[in-house]
Design a protein around this ligand. Structure first.
Ligand code: KG4
Ligand code: ZN
Length: 404
């Protein structure tokens, strides 16, 4: 599949471009300012994780309400950190995630971006969320440019604007770093290039994509049921490990024996490059039931860690073996793993071990989980909407990569 929009900017034009980008597809309210599509001048994220924790998953109505509350403070903070005027006069364009995602969440970002672009008389650019994740590999995020806050769970509290430096490692457990991305900085731009195989894995999606260029991508495979992050979250819920499940299962997996439980590798040798993870969750449930329920696992920490390690080993095995096959079939030598699950410590370690000879890139954790910097990195290559189309822009909750 080729993306409809050709690269419309000359390289010199791109170098001067300053884009304000907005991302609200799920439960992070994010805004960023990028120069030349790579240099992140500011990346600001308000995460609603503490709000949804009580429900062990994202509640769409609450997510929309939080986005409304935090959208403008997040944009204001991005402009401030980037040293831009609050009237938008330093900007060349506004970009926004159009989909896929929760429609009520997407709408907050889309309407905000439309309003700002109209008021500031700037072009508006609509971006596909997964294309953003894939382009995150080109973001350069210097120390001191990210801001992060957790939205307080209590409704009665006024909007908190106690910004901190984004430190995903602290929130999601320490991550084993892949060769070219350290800490919250990403040194990717100088060393990574097209074409590459993109493995985009998160709570909402899992896609294997041949990325020929910023607007030329071919979807090779995707999940037939649950996304890997969703499987992590569901398994964690079953095990009583809280939400989101990925970081905690990852932490425990490092302490357990990955061979203790014999779990399946769903559709490893079938369905081409597609994935399936829901059967794996069912297999975990069966292991628990066979031992008479959760009590034993909560009494014996080692048993719990072993189950986490065995589940994680199965996920990693399927992801890496399908990626290796795609690399070989597509004659590609570069693999970028992006999206929230790319924070996974076991996956980073195992990928480095199994993919020797492949140029492997995991973006810094702050660029893996949902953020707006990646939306700016994609937007610089996409043709802006006409003024009419910009005013009519809608959210596309079910936008598939193949329809971009
Ligand atoms: O990309 P992201 O922030 O949002 C979506 O677009 O879904 O990804 C969030 C997902 C959650 O399911 C979370 O459990 C998972 O990423 N995640 C992890 C880890 N950190 C976050 N999964 C496995 N291991 C991790 N360390
Ligand atoms: Zn995402």
């Amino acid at each position: 599949m080729e993306l409809e929009s050709p690269i419309f900017l000359t390289e010199t034009h791109q170098k001067r471009m300053r884009i304000l980008s907005i991302e609200t597809s799920c439960d992070e309210t994010a805004a960023a300012i990028l120069e030349d599509g790579r240099q992140v001048l500011a990346s600001v994220v308000a995460s609603q994780t503490p709000v949804h924790k009580a429900y062990q998953g994202v509640v769409p109505e609450i997510a929309s309400r939080c986005h409304i509350e935090y959208m403008l403070p997040v944009v204001a903070e991005a402009l401030r950190v980037a040293g831009c005027e609050p009237d938008g006069s330093d900007l060349d364009a506004v970009a926004v995630t159009r989909g896929p995602g929760l429609v009520g969440s997407l709408l907050v970002g889309v309407e905000t971006a439309k309003t700002l672009a109209w008021r500031w008389r700037k072009p508006l650019i609509a971006v596909h969320h997964t294309v953003g994740h894939l382009m995150s590999v080109f973001c350069e995020l210097p120390e001191g440019r990210s801001r992060f806050l957790e939205v307080p769970p209590d409704d009665s509290e006024p909007a908190s604007t106690e910004w901190g430096e984004q430190d995903r490692e602290a929130q999601h457990g320490r991550t084993e770093q892949a060769p070219v991305a350290r800490g919250n900085r990403s040194a990717a731009p100088a060393v990574f290039d097209f074409p590459f195989l993109g493995l985009a894995i998160s709570g909402g999606h899992s896609s294997l994509v041949r990325v020929e260029g910023p607007t030329e991508m071919r979807l090779l495979g995707s999940t037939l049921d649950d996304a890997p992050g969703e499987a992590y979250d569901k398994v964690a819920k079953v095990l009583g490990l809280g939400y989101p499940g990925g970081p905690e299962v990852d932490r425990r997996a490092a302490l357990g024996n990955p061979e203790a439980f014999d779990l399946p590798r769903p559709i490893l040798h079938a369905h081409g490059y597609d994935f399936s993870f829901s059967g794996l969750k069912t297999a975990v449930v069966r292991e628990i039931e066979e031992r008479g329920g959760l009590r034993l696992f909560h009494e014996d920490e080692n048993l719990l860690n072993d189950l986490c390690a065995s589940f994680q080993a199965a996920v990693i095995d399927v992801l890496l073996r399908k990626s290796l096959r795609a690399l070989r079939d597509e004659k590609l030598h570069r693999l970028a793993v992006v999206g929230g699950v790319a924070c996974n410590r076991g996956l980073r370690k195992e990928a480095a071990r199994r993919l020797k000879g492949t140029h492997l890139l995991f973006p810094a954790p702050a660029l893996c989980t949902d953020n707006a910097a990646m939306i700016g990195a994609a937007a610089v290559h996409i043709e802006p909407l006409s003024r009419d189309a910009a005013l009519r822009l809608d959210a596309r909750a079910g936008w598939e990569l193949g329809q971009v």
